[in-house]
Design a protein around this ligand. Structure first.
Ligand code: RB5
Length: 149
Protein backbone atom coordinates (compact mmCIF):
# COMPACT_ATOMS: atom_id res chain seq x y z
CA UNK A 1 0.00 0.00 0.00
CA UNK A 2 1.37 3.44 -0.99
CA UNK A 3 1.24 6.21 1.60
CA UNK A 4 1.96 9.93 1.13
CA UNK A 5 3.33 11.57 4.25
CA UNK A 6 3.72 15.27 5.14
CA UNK A 7 4.10 17.64 8.06
CA UNK A 8 5.04 21.18 8.99
CA UNK A 9 7.64 21.99 11.67
CA UNK A 10 4.99 21.41 14.36
CA UNK A 11 4.57 17.81 13.19
CA UNK A 12 8.07 17.02 11.94
CA UNK A 13 9.16 14.74 14.78
CA UNK A 14 5.98 12.68 14.81
CA UNK A 15 6.19 12.36 11.02
CA UNK A 16 9.64 10.82 11.40
CA UNK A 17 8.29 8.25 13.90
CA UNK A 18 5.38 7.38 11.62
CA UNK A 19 7.63 7.09 8.58
CA UNK A 20 9.78 4.57 10.50
CA UNK A 21 6.70 2.58 11.61
CA UNK A 22 5.29 2.47 8.07
CA UNK A 23 8.54 1.35 6.46
CA UNK A 24 9.12 -1.32 9.12
CA UNK A 25 5.62 -2.65 8.43
CA UNK A 26 5.95 -3.00 4.68
CA UNK A 27 4.22 0.17 3.48
CA UNK A 28 5.62 2.06 0.50
CA UNK A 29 6.08 5.64 1.74
CA UNK A 30 6.84 8.92 0.04
CA UNK A 31 7.82 11.65 2.46
CA UNK A 32 6.81 15.05 1.03
CA UNK A 33 8.54 16.95 3.87
CA UNK A 34 9.15 19.07 5.79
CA UNK A 35 12.62 17.73 6.49
CA UNK A 36 13.59 19.70 9.60
CA UNK A 37 12.02 21.43 12.60
CA UNK A 38 12.62 24.84 11.00
CA UNK A 39 9.49 27.00 10.74
CA UNK A 40 7.46 26.53 7.55
CA UNK A 41 3.85 26.85 6.32
CA UNK A 42 1.56 23.84 6.70
CA UNK A 43 -0.61 24.50 3.57
CA UNK A 44 2.44 23.80 1.38
CA UNK A 45 2.56 20.21 2.65
CA UNK A 46 -1.22 19.79 2.63
CA UNK A 47 -1.22 20.66 -1.06
CA UNK A 48 1.57 18.25 -2.04
CA UNK A 49 0.06 15.28 -0.16
CA UNK A 50 -3.57 16.06 -1.02
CA UNK A 51 -2.83 16.37 -4.75
CA UNK A 52 -0.88 13.10 -4.74
CA UNK A 53 -3.80 11.30 -3.04
CA UNK A 54 -6.48 12.96 -5.18
CA UNK A 55 -4.53 11.93 -8.32
CA UNK A 56 -4.60 8.33 -7.00
CA UNK A 57 -0.80 8.06 -6.93
CA UNK A 58 -1.20 7.06 -3.28
CA UNK A 59 -3.99 5.17 -1.54
CA UNK A 60 -3.80 7.28 1.63
CA UNK A 61 -2.12 10.38 3.01
CA UNK A 62 -1.01 11.19 6.54
CA UNK A 63 -0.50 14.83 7.52
CA UNK A 64 0.77 16.15 10.83
CA UNK A 65 1.05 19.65 12.24
CA UNK A 66 0.98 20.98 15.80
CA UNK A 67 -2.75 20.40 16.19
CA UNK A 68 -3.64 18.47 13.02
CA UNK A 69 -6.22 21.15 12.32
CA UNK A 70 -4.62 23.64 9.92
CA UNK A 71 -2.99 20.98 7.78
CA UNK A 72 -6.36 19.18 7.45
CA UNK A 73 -8.37 22.33 6.68
CA UNK A 74 -5.99 23.05 3.78
CA UNK A 75 -6.02 19.44 2.52
CA UNK A 76 -9.82 19.43 2.42
CA UNK A 77 -9.76 22.26 -0.16
CA UNK A 78 -8.48 19.81 -2.78
CA UNK A 79 -11.43 18.16 -4.59
CA UNK A 80 -11.73 14.47 -3.77
CA UNK A 81 -9.97 14.77 -0.42
CA UNK A 82 -11.67 13.71 2.78
CA UNK A 83 -9.11 14.52 5.47
CA UNK A 84 -10.04 13.50 9.02
CA UNK A 85 -8.45 14.73 12.23
CA UNK A 86 -8.13 11.85 14.69
CA UNK A 87 -6.82 11.87 18.24
CA UNK A 88 -8.27 8.46 19.17
CA UNK A 89 -8.63 5.05 17.55
CA UNK A 90 -12.45 5.08 17.62
CA UNK A 91 -12.49 8.13 15.32
CA UNK A 92 -9.84 6.57 13.06
CA UNK A 93 -11.96 3.43 12.72
CA UNK A 94 -15.23 5.33 12.22
CA UNK A 95 -13.90 7.80 9.67
CA UNK A 96 -12.68 4.96 7.46
CA UNK A 97 -15.89 2.93 7.82
CA UNK A 98 -18.31 5.84 7.41
CA UNK A 99 -16.54 8.72 5.62
CA UNK A 100 -14.07 6.75 3.47
CA UNK A 101 -11.47 9.28 4.67
CA UNK A 102 -8.40 9.25 2.45
CA UNK A 103 -6.13 11.45 4.57
CA UNK A 104 -5.49 11.10 8.29
CA UNK A 105 -4.39 14.21 10.16
CA UNK A 106 -2.97 14.34 13.67
CA UNK A 107 -1.45 16.89 16.03
CA UNK A 108 2.03 16.29 17.40
CA UNK A 109 1.17 18.62 20.31
CA UNK A 110 -1.98 16.58 20.99
CA UNK A 111 -1.12 12.88 20.74
CA UNK A 112 1.99 10.98 21.84
CA UNK A 113 3.87 8.76 19.40
CA UNK A 114 2.47 5.50 20.84
CA UNK A 115 -1.16 6.56 20.41
CA UNK A 116 -0.42 8.13 17.02
CA UNK A 117 0.93 4.83 15.72
CA UNK A 118 -2.16 2.96 16.98
CA UNK A 119 -4.30 5.56 15.18
CA UNK A 120 -2.30 5.10 11.95
CA UNK A 121 -2.60 1.32 12.18
CA UNK A 122 -6.37 1.50 12.79
CA UNK A 123 -6.91 4.00 9.97
CA UNK A 124 -4.93 2.00 7.39
CA UNK A 125 -6.40 -1.37 8.32
CA UNK A 126 -10.09 -0.36 8.43
CA UNK A 127 -12.21 -0.77 5.29
CA UNK A 128 -14.95 1.59 4.08
CA UNK A 129 -18.37 0.05 4.80
CA UNK A 130 -20.02 1.38 1.63
CA UNK A 131 -23.77 0.80 1.72
CA UNK A 132 -25.75 3.76 3.19
CA UNK A 133 -22.55 5.83 3.49
CA UNK A 134 -22.04 6.03 -0.28
CA UNK A 135 -24.92 8.43 -0.88
CA UNK A 136 -23.61 10.72 1.87
CA UNK A 137 -20.14 10.83 0.33
CA UNK A 138 -21.73 11.54 -3.05
CA UNK A 139 -23.45 14.53 -1.41
CA UNK A 140 -20.05 15.83 -0.26
CA UNK A 141 -18.87 15.55 -3.88
CA UNK A 142 -21.95 17.51 -4.99
CA UNK A 143 -20.99 20.34 -2.59
CA UNK A 144 -17.48 20.37 -4.09
CA UNK A 145 -18.94 20.56 -7.60
CA UNK A 146 -21.28 23.42 -6.64
CA UNK A 147 -18.35 25.57 -5.49
CA UNK A 148 -15.73 24.49 -8.06
CA UNK A 149 -17.28 25.77 -11.27
C1 RB5 B 1 2.56 25.96 13.85
O1 RB5 B 1 3.00 26.70 14.94
C2 RB5 B 1 1.11 25.55 14.06
O2 RB5 B 1 0.29 26.67 13.92
C3 RB5 B 1 0.71 24.46 13.08
O3 RB5 B 1 1.58 23.37 13.22
C4 RB5 B 1 -0.68 23.90 13.23
O4 RB5 B 1 -0.95 23.53 14.55
C5 RB5 B 1 -1.77 24.68 12.61
O5 RB5 B 1 -2.95 24.30 12.63
Amino acid sequence: MKIALGADHGGYELKEEINKYLKENGYEVKDFGTFSAESCDYPDYSLKVAEAVANKEFEFGILICGTGIGIGIAANKVPGIRAALCSDTFSAHATREHNDANILTMGQRVVGAGLAIDIVKTFLETKFEGDRHIKRINKITEIEKKYNK
